[in-house]
Design a protein around this ligand. Structure first.
Ligand code: ADP
Length: 650
């Protein structure tokens, strides 16, 4: 852990600005001081060499002035003492070129040129400060041959030749060079270190301040500011820039918050307005359903009476119109249900093949009427699946109704196939195709919007509200799919959607038993009808009587409790096979009445209670069952639905 921390610290140090600046200073100082060092070392070397070569003048001058006898060159120690350097050999060369005196007496009288050729000599002669010097090639010794001019006793000129050891001079040079090197290196380090410390001291606190401000801003704190923003240097400029940026961000945040608040309020208002609209639509359609019950019920009852041809035509028209009106109301109710978020899926086991066959039966009359062909293309291997049958059925009804409506000749086909199976899941692909008028590409873009039709003109040939596809699209989305269309004007259309569903064990798949309703069958049941609306009372009583039921009527929940005489002992109470109970009633509503009935009746004589209601919102069914009811029929009630309920519960 510690190693990790120190590595991290080192990494940060090497990347820090202070380190980089220090490195630059170090490099600059190295170059400058090294150049300076080389210059001064050279100067010192020159001084040392000058001293060295100049030292040869002293014995020559002394010999010239006669202070030293010429014979003294025979003693190299004397010359060495005078020069301060080790003299290896000394000669005086006379005017005739012969050695008059020499430290090596054997060579006296010999010609200097001979000796130098054999022994002393050497390379190129260079004059240093008036002394001719050349390097001498004597093994093992670092010698130089110095020559100084000399006046001889007989008035002629000669030369003093010295072979001098340069070892001392070189050592001196090395010592000087070493000291210089040491001094300059030390200077470089001290300079770099002090500059680095200075840079660090001047920049680090301010950079840290900037960094901590930026970190605070990152955390959403816009109140922080970098200090010393007034200073005129680059860091001051940086501080001013950062502070300006923070102020800008702060004002933008305030603006954004204000905008968000305004947007939220606008969204809430819009949602409120949309909810009010949906509630209004739901209430309206609910209110319309109650009188519709009367209209449809009465028209149905009238059809069962003796009618002239003209009267029958009128009644049929009333029935057809009210059916259409009911469809519109149902669509509006569905839409408002979806928009209010009250649309819940009711997932159960669904036999898709059965659903399609039922749709075939349902659409057969209208297809035959238009001279069309209706095909169902259902794959053989369809499993039982888990989905919301009601929504699926409604989507297919909407699509098939459109297909029939917009097709004049040819066929309408509904098909489903299982695209793929993975584990317990399968993807069902549904399609509804027709050979109708088709939809232009532009119109394909808009037909899924509410209240929109491909032909929006006043002269359009087909009726409709433009709601069916909008509802279908939303329902398919709820089922987990996406409704799409492909079409060519004049050739036909194809609506498609895929949904992924869980599969049920196919062994459970039952062959559908189609129950043929028998209108004639007399049920002979005792029914209590609890309904406050007189018209609806009459409709329901007539329907029930037609089914061979005996009907008692109660105007509200209180009257229903009275009719059931729940205060009497159980075996003295009147028995009913079924209670049809309206929900919204004066005095005592249907739900409260049901709770009271369930509280007082014995378990053995539990009477089935079925709600008859214009409350057709999702979730209502569950509410009714929670209050002790057994089922519900939504208004307008059809005779077949009532019969089904009676058969199911009695
Ligand atoms: P409605 O049918 O009540 O007008 P829809 O939402 O169901 O409302 O359809 C919207 C529009 O889409 C229709 O008015 C029609 O112009 C077009 N449309 C839908 N289905 C078809 C189809 N099968 N063939 C041709 N046009 C169609």
């Amino acid at each position: 852990m510690e190693i990790k921390d120190s590595n991290k610290w080192m990494g940060r140090f090497f990347q820090s600005l202070a380190f980089k600046l220090s490195l630059s200073i170090f490099m600059l100082a190295s170059v400058l001081l090294s150049s300076l060092g080389i210059y001064y070392i050279q100067k010192f070397f020159d001084g040392i060499e000058k001293d060295f070569y100049s030292s040869a003048h002293l014995p020559a001058t002394l010999l010239d002035d006669g202070i030293l006898p010429h014979a003294s060159v025979r003693d190299v120690d004397v010359i060495t003492t005078l020069m301060g350097t080790d003299v290896f050999e000394a000669f005086i060369e006379g005017s005739e070129g012969r050695i008059s005196y020499g430290s090596d007496r054997m060579k006296e009288g010999e010609r200097y040129a001979e000796i130098s050729k054999n022994q002393i000599l050497d390379g190129e002669v260079v004059t240093h400060w008036g002394i001719a010097a050349s390097n001498v090639d004597v093994a093992g010794a670092d010698l130089v041959h110095l020559t100084a001019p000399l006046c001889l006793a007989n008035g002629t000129t000669g030369r003093l030749h010295l072979l001098v050891d340069t070892g001392n001079m070189k050592r001196h040079k090395n010592v000087v060079a070493s000291w210089f090197l040491l001094g300059f290196t030390g200077c470089i380090f001290v300079l770099s270190l002090s500059c680095a410390t200075l840079v660090r001291f001047m920049t680090s606190p301010r950079l840290r301040d900037v960094a901590s401000c930026l970190a605070a801003v990152e955390q959403g704190d816009y109140s922080v500011r970098v200090r010393r923003e007034a200073s005129a240097d680059e860091l001051g400029e940086l501080s001013r820039g950062v502070n300006h940026m923070i102020r800008e961000l702060e004002s933008r945040r305030i603006e954004r918050e204000e905008l968000e608040t305004a947007l939220r309020i606008a969204k809430e208002d819009a949602e409120k307005a949309s909810r009010s609209k949906s509630e209004f639509l739901a209430n309206m359609s609910h209110e319309i359903r109650t009188p519709m019950n009367g209209v449809m019920g009465m028209a149905q009852l009238m059809k069962d009476t003796e009618l002239s041809v003209e009267q029958r035509e009128y009644t049929d028209t009333i029935s057809a119109s009210s059916e259409n009106l009911l469809k519109i109301i149902n669509n509006i109710l569905d839409l408002s249900r979806i928009e209010m978020g009250k649309f819940n899926l009711n997932i159960d086991t669904v036999d898709v093949e059965k659903v399609l066959n039922e749709l075939h039966t349902f659409f057969t009359p209208s297809v035959i009427e238009k001279g069309l062909e209706l095909k169902v293309d259902c794959a053989d291997d369809l499993p039982l699946v888990c989905t919301d049958e009601g929504s699926l059925r409604q989507v297919l009804i909407n699509l098939m109704a459109n297909a029939v409506k917009f097709t004049q000749k040819g066929h309408v086909e509904v098909g489903v196939q299982c695209l793929e199976r993975t584990g317990n899941e399968c993807t069902l692909a549904f399609r509804v195709t027709d050979t109708g008028i088709g939809i232009s590409e532009d119109a394909q873009e808009i037909i899924f919007h509410e209240f929109t039709q491909a032909d929006g003109s006043h002269t359009r040939a087909f009726g409709g509200t433009g709601l069916g596809l909008a509802i279908s699209k939303k329902m398919v989305e709820q089922l987990g799919g996406r409704l799409t269309v492909g079409s060519e004007p004049g050739k036909g259309s194809e609506f498609r959607f895929n949904i992924s569903v869980n599969m049920e064990d196919t062994a459970d798949k039952e062959t559908p038993i189609v129950e043929v309703p028998s209108e004639e069958e007399s049920l002979g049941l005792d029914v209590l009808l609890v309904e406050d609306n007189k018209l609806n009372q009459r409709v329901a009583v007539k329907m029930l009587e037609k089914m061979g039921c005996r009907v008692d009527v109660a105007e509200n929940g209180r009257e229903a409790l009275n009719a059931l005489k729940l205060s009497l002992p159980e075996d003295e109470r009147p028995r009913y096979d079924m209670i049809f109970m309206d929900i919204q009633m004066p005095v005592l509503d249907g739900l409260k009445a049901t709770v009271m009935i369930r509280g007082q009746e014995g378990e053995e004589h539990r009477t089935p209670i079925v709600a008859i209601t214009a409350h057709a919102m999702k979730g209502d069914r569950e509410r009714f069952l929670e209050h002790g009811m057994d089922g519900y029929l939504s208004k307008p009630v059809r005779r077949e639905d009532m019969r089904t309920m009676l058969k199911q519960y009695c």
